[in-house]
Design a protein around this ligand. Structure first.
Ligand SMILES: [Zn+2]
Length: 207
């Protein structure tokens, strides 16, 4: 069987489908304050090459590439987060329609690998129903869109790490965190692959 070299989806360099430059093994702070979330970290900006990777995973859709990204995020989390501070990992849920159309949930792929890297359970603790697709909505519209639609499915332990692929306005994070707090969490942290600058029209239009 012929061997065919991979190129990075983000920057075209030969080697892996997601290279270390595009998905570095490090986490950066998100400075946006979100109700219910103690702190948020991200790997890279959505406007950069990692945003290209995310769009390819979600809109092609490409589950295998999502698994590559998940492995990178897991390494970043293992190097920067303390497992003893975290009791469980929870993915931000997708709507049933997104799950059906794409065939997988990127946030769940990410959460699976992050949980494994930290030696903590990945709990399906949240569901979202009937929310309009978030594309192009500002923070207030997203809050209204999500109000009451993200619900807890089960009790969670006190310290939860919430995982998502893109942090945009924080409205999704807030809705999920408040649901987790209602289900028994006392502290919620969040890690996301990309941070989209909401001042960037490009990010909002693509999203
Ligand atoms: Zn790259």
């Amino acid at each position: 069987m012929a061997w065919w070299p991979h190129t990075c989806v983000g920057c075209d360099v030969l080697g892996h489908r997601v290279c270390l430059d595009c998905a570095p093994d490090e986490l950066h702070d998100v400075t946006t304050q979100v109700d219910g979330v103690a702190h948020t970290w991200h790997m890279a900006k959505y406007a950069g090459p990692l945003g290209t990777v995310i769009r390819q995973v979600k809109y092609r859709p490409d589950r295998h590439l999502g698994k590559r990204l998940a492995a990178r995020m897991a390494t970043a989390c293992r190097g920067h987060l303390s497992p003893s501070d975290i009791d469980a990992v929870v993915a931000v849920p997708s709507t049933p329609w997104t799950r059906f159309r794409r065939g997988f949930e990127l946030a769940t792929l990410l959460a699976d690998d992050v949980a494994r890297a930290l030696g903590r359970p990945n709990i399906r603790a949240l569901s979202v129903r009937g929310a309009r697709h978030q594309a192009g909505l500002n923070r207030v519209q997203r809050r209204l869109n999500l109000a009451g639609r993200v619900t807890g499915r089960r009790q969670v332990p006190p310290h939860v790490l919430l995982v998502d692929d893109v942090f945009t306005t924080g409205a999704t994070a807030e809705a999920c965190a408040l649901a987790l707090l209602q289900e028994g969490a006392s502290r919620v942290w969040m890690v996301t692959a990309c941070h989209a600058d909401t001042n960037s029209q490009t990010a909002l239009q693509i999203w």
